[in-house]
Design a binder for this molecule. Structure first.
Ligand code: GRF
Length: 197
């Protein structure tokens, strides 16, 4: 059973969806630890209520980013995590962290990468006037939203869409696609940077 460590910062709807897929047997994985970098994240309170091993680890409690990430690595390793899942984790991971889990960190981004990297991709999509957008699940490398792509899903942009309506339509797809991508990783059909030819 693939052991997951999930990093969050906020609402946690992807975490909830993954938990649901696991509970119903659709995803053969185990959530070993949930870490939030925000003590007030609704997703953290929810995870604790479910009885998941969930905790806040806050950057300001550490004197440097390196020490903070060292603590994260320690917790992930203590919990035998095999795949780090970023689910709305709003911080950029440093090189030592990425190297420690090379090709074993994944992220979900609500655009069809490489389009609309960074913050507010749905707003960027609307501003660009594209007729389709979507989501991307990818491995995390040292860049921002640049790692090898595992899976993408197209979502239409409809006339009259606002950032909220488009985000909602994409999020609905995220909730099934993230589990699919993890299943691909578990079956080793998702290849990281070092494994592609
Ligand atoms: C999602 O839209 C995800 O694609 C992006 O951040 C958002 C997190 O939402 N990376 P949630 O916290 O999982 O509800």
């Amino acid at each position: 059973m693939l052991k997951l460590g999930i990093l969050i910062s906020g609402r946690g709807s992807n975490l909830m969806a993954l938990h649901q897929h696991i509970q119903t047997g659709g995803l053969k994985a185990q959530i070993c630890i949930v870490i939030s970098n925000n003590a007030d994240a609704p997703g953290l309170a929810w995870a604790q209520k479910q009885g998941l091993n969930a905790m806040a680890v806050l950057r300001p409690d550490f004197s440097s980013k390196a020490e903070y990430e060292h603590k994260l690595l320690e917790l992930l390793k203590q919990n035998h995590v095999e795949l780090v899942v970023l689910a709305g984790y709003m911080a950029i991971l440093g090189k030592p962290f990425i190297q420690a889990f090379r090709n074993r960190i994944i992220n979900i981004h609500p655009s069809l990468l490489p389009a609309f990297r960074g913050l507010h991709p749905q707003r960027q999509a609307l501003a660009a006037g594209v007729k389709v957008s979507g989501l991307t699940v990818h491995f995390v490398d040292e860049g921002v939203d640049t790692g090898p792509i595992i899976l993408q899903q197209i979502v239409p942009v409809l006339d009259g869409d606002t950032e909220e309506t488009l985000s909602e339509r994409i999020l609905k797809e995220e909730h099934t696609c993230y589990a699919q991508a993890i299943e691909m990783f578990a079956k080793k059909t998702a290849l990281g940077a070092d494994e592609r030819t």
